[in-house]
Design a protein around this ligand. Structure first.
Ligand code: PLP
Length: 445
């Protein structure tokens, strides 16, 4: 039976797309001066130029309170867990607080939060456990748009006889071909691995819809929200996804990964683990001694986002309500930057932007941009552009940023991939204008 599916990418549907309530223009403006005052790294200079951090998709800067929380933990509470003395008890309490903070961030229960080294390691671990019960006759669906961390761990299950199927993209605007995706689902599909947003071209996928369709075939939905997390509110309850992974270093926290898993899955699936480790959920998924100081920093990172929300919405009754408010103002500010950036880049004829450029579809993208010089000369490769920008204190990225299937599909891999410009909420309109001016100079516009 062919599954019924409405393509949310069909042009008419795009225009009818209603911006979610949490992302309306009614949200208060971001207090950018306060925001920037929180991040000490933003005051750096490079050869006399103020540093401009457009490298957010590779990792964001951290507020002072995150730095303080990490060093305070090491100074006062440094211990292993479950000991019969004060610093160990405080460490247990600190871990519980961080779990509760991330549960509010993602809208789930604290016992559905698993900490790990990073998203990649957590995904390899979970894919091993899910793969235990899979073999010939089972299928997993991945996409061409995804970061390889949500592809290779599933590809590795081919050695067990699992078939991997690929959802393709629309090459013209780098959106997911959801019709193709739907056609590749069937009664053998066990899991759909999907990105929330592309770390290369900024496309936001219709994740809720994809989860719904995956479930209708009895498949699990595994969502990589690493790139989406700094830009938009995540609500795992509303998405109804089975798993969602993110990395706190991409949203103003320390270098750590976080996995949400529905409690039933965290209890039912069997992790590979050492025997003395408890079977309690979620601890059975956390291997060895965790990076406690960084986990202390995660609570501070969520506190920062909460405070940002309370500045606009002082009566927010709960931490979750304040987080929702924070993402309203983050969204508003980032869209201001994105509109200006894309309008300015579109006026430079030497440049080609990859991804959505039609402003009426901007609800389907975050401000992350990939571009190249058309007919690039040897000194205009993405690496050459990033180097010239970097010399002027403007930090961007070049290459494939592990979105390897996308750069191969668009045939840019062999010629250096893309230049990626990745604004986040602490960037300013002035920084966008400075970037545009320097880029014009570099490409001779
Ligand atoms: C979309 C996306 N997924 C996954 C990852 C991998 O995250 P981690 O470094 O936490 O393993 C990244 C890192 O850049 C990413 O951008």
């Amino acid at each position: 039976m062919k599954h019924s599916w409405t393509d949310p990418w069909e042009p008419a549907e795009r225009r009818r797309y209603v911006i979610p309530a949490t992302e309306t223009a009614a949200s208060a403006a971001l207090d950018i001066a306060w925001v920037r005052s929180q991040f000490p790294a933003l005051a750096q200079t490079v050869s006399g130029h103020p540093a401009v951090f457009f490298d957010g998709p590779g990792g964001t800067q951290v507020p002072q309170r995150v730095i303080d929380a990490i060093s305070d933990y090491l100074r006062r509470d440094n211990a292993n867990t479950d000991g019969a003395y004060s610093t160990s008890r405080r460490t247990n309490a600190m871990l519980a607080s961080a779990r509760a903070a991330m549960a509010d961030f993602l809208n789930c229960s604290a016992d559905e939060i698993v900490f790990g080294q990073n998203m990649t390691a957590l995904t390899y671990a979970m894919s091993r456990a899910i793969g235990r019960d899979l073999g010939p006759g089972d299928e997993i669906l991945v996409t061409r748009l995804d970061h390889d961390a949500n592809v290779s761990p599933w590809l590795a299950l081919e050695e067990k006889g699992v078939m991997i199927r690929w959802a393709e993209i629309h090459a013209d605007d780098c959106t997911l071909d959801v019709e193709d995706l739907a056609e590749k689902l069937n009664s053998k599909t066990r899991l759909v691995a999907i990105g929330y947003a592309s770390n290369a071209v900024g496309t936001i996928n219709p994740v809720k819809e994809i989860v719904r369709v995956a479930h209708s075939f009895g498949a699990l939905a595994y969502v990589d929200a690493v790139h989406y997390a700094p830009h938009g509110l995540i609500d795992v309850a509303a998405l109804d996804c089975d798993f969602l992974v993110c990395s706190t270093y991409k949203f103003y926290g320390p270098h750590m990964g976080v996995l949400y898993g529905k409690r039933e899955h965290l209890a039912r699936l069997r992790p590979y683990k050492v025997r003395p480790l408890t079977e309690a959920v979620p601890l059975r998924w956390e291997w060895g001694t965790l990076n406690h100081e960084c986990i202390a920093g995660i609570t501070a990172c969520v506190d920062y986002i909460t405070d940002l929300g309370r500045r606009n919405h002082s009566e927010a009754a709960t931490r979750r309500a304040a987080i929702i408010s924070a993402f309203e103002s983050i969204h508003r500010h980032e869209h201001l930057l994105m509109n200006r950036l894309i309008a300015g880049l579109s006026e430079i004829p030497q440049l080609k932007i990859y991804g959505i450029t039609d402003p009426s579809c901007f609800a389907w993208r975050c401000p992350t941009l990939a571009l190249r010089v058309v007919n690039q000369a040897a000194d205009q490769t993405p690496l050459a552009l990033a180097t010239k920008l970097g010399d002027r204190g403007i930090f961007t990225w070049d290459g494939n940023y592990y979105a390897l299937n996308l750069t191969e599909r668009l045939d840019v891999e062999k010629s250096g991939g893309f230049l990626r410009i990745g604004p986040v909420h602490y960037n300013t309109v002035e920084e966008v204008d400075r970037l545009l001016g320097v880029l014009r100079e570099i490409v001779g516009a």
